[in-house]
Design a protein around this ligand. Structure first.
Ligand SMILES: C[S@@+](CC[C@H](N)C(=O)[O-])C[C@H]1O[C@@H](n2cnc3c(N)ncnc32)[C@H](O)[C@@H]1O
Length: 370
């Protein structure tokens, strides 16, 4: 997916019965021209990207994103399997028509990848209300996990059980940037999910890391990802299950600082574990950013990212003397390029060396390249 916007949900598509025509006459179905277009598109992308992926040492990437209007799908490749997220089409007025579209999509993708339909894990995008925890809930319990590679690092993914797989592919380059900047530095990874930024920071020689997420499931997953890369539990590399907003408040009071901060919050979240009733990035990002900035050491850098559609950064979100640069172009990976809109927006916010978080809250920031 376009990193699933957490305002919408997905539902797993159950195993589909055999193609109606096949059931009817026992013969293999004849793909129509439109289905062949999808197959060809997937085949060509796979041919091109597989070469690129081998060269760059990655085993999972975005194959297809609503490239053909009649096939509103997102398809990601995970080293031998594909995850396809299907959007509903208006023209499929009945459940039968919709089911036929899903079946045809799965067949076309499998044909393009020269694999079986079983290797295409289809999830269906459905409208979802903002209810507690819904965006992170488990959809199945197959517990079938596997390990994928990215730039020499290993990550556990679960292609079946959740809305997301455990690794957001659109932040591959952001993770690489974090690794490049981590030597000897302290990283704070907020809304850390499965801790992939932390793994990169430790691989880059971070002196210490603090990984914070509200979910116990994801904190345990982050620990497993660290272990997969040879990083043992270590008091200098804490994984903390907590509300990030509360963590920021407590850390600010304790006058703690970090050299690198990653803050990639969900579009919306709500949970009984949170101090506030809910978090909405559009509404709350300015407070969140000011909080992060108060934890940024002199000479430090904060990566702030969102994939909320139509997101507009508040003018007063970055107080002086910090500076801000939109780095979305640099953080958009090759397999996500050439689309009408980037998969996320990302900013680098820097605090000049020799300054601290105190006393800067009211001055407007020096905004570069917005
Ligand atoms: C968009 S994902 C973050 C993706 C992550 N930065 C990455 O690139 O892998 C959102 C994460 O925020 C967590 N989360 C949501 N609300 C939270 C809160 N108030 N405090 C801490 N974590 C929260 C969720 O459990 C989820 O893991």
């Amino acid at each position: 997916m376009d990193r699933i916007d957490h305002g919408s949900g997905l539902a797993p598509v159950p195993r589909l019965p055999g193609d109606a025509r096949r059931e009817h006459d026992g013969a293999a179905p004849h793909p129509d021209a439109s289905q062949r277009m999808l197959t060809n598109r997937i085949r060509n992308r796979q041919k091109h990207l597989a070469r690129w992926a081998r060269r760059t040492g990655i085993t999972c990437y975005r194959l297809y994103e609503r490239d053909i209007p009649d096939w509103p799908l997102i398809v990601d490749w995970y080293d031998g399997e594909a995850v396809a997220w299907a959007y509903r089409r208006k023209k499929d007025g009945t459940e039968e028509a919709h089911a036929a579209y899903l079946r045809a999509a799965r067949e076309a993708i499998a044909a393009g990848l020269e694999t079986t339909a079983d290797a295409v894990i289809l999830k269906e995008r459905r409208p979802q209300k903002h209810v507690e925890g819904a965006q992170y809930e488990r959809m199945a319990a197959l517990n079938r996990t596997r390990v994928v590679m990215e730039y020499g690092l290993r990550f556990e993914v679960n292609l079946h059980d959740y809305l997301d797989t455990g690794l957001f592919l659109d932040h591959r380059e952001t993770r690489r940037m974090v690794r490049e900047r981590s030597a000897g530095r302290r990283l704070l990874n907020l809304f850390a999910y499965t801790g992939s930024f932390t793994v990169y920071a430790r691989a880059g020689g971070a002196a210490a890391t603090t990984t914070v997420d509200l979910s116990a499931t994801y904190c345990r997953w982050a620990a497993r990802n660290a272990g997969l890369n040879g990083f043992e539990p270590d008091p200098d590399h804490a994984i903390i299950q907590e509300d990030c907003l509360r963590f920021i408040e407590d850390a600010t009071r304790a006058r703690r600082t970090w050299d690198l901060i990653v803050c990639d919050p969900p579009t919306f979240s709500t949970s009984k574990r949170m101090t506030a009733d809910s978090f909405a990035v559009e509404r709350d990002h300015a407070d969140l950013l000011r909080g992060c900035i108060s934890l940024l050491a002199g000479g430090g850098e904060l990566f702030f990212s969102t994939n909320a559609r139509g997101f507009a950064l508040a003018d007063d979100a970055v107080p002086a003397p910090c500076t801000m640069r939109d780095i979305t172009r640099q953080t958009t990976p090759e397999d996500f390029q050439g689309r009408p809109r980037p998969p996320h927006r990302c900013w680098s916010i820097r605090r000049p060396a020799g300054t601290t978080g105190e006393g800067h809250a009211s001055a407007p920031g020096d905004v570069v390249d917005r």
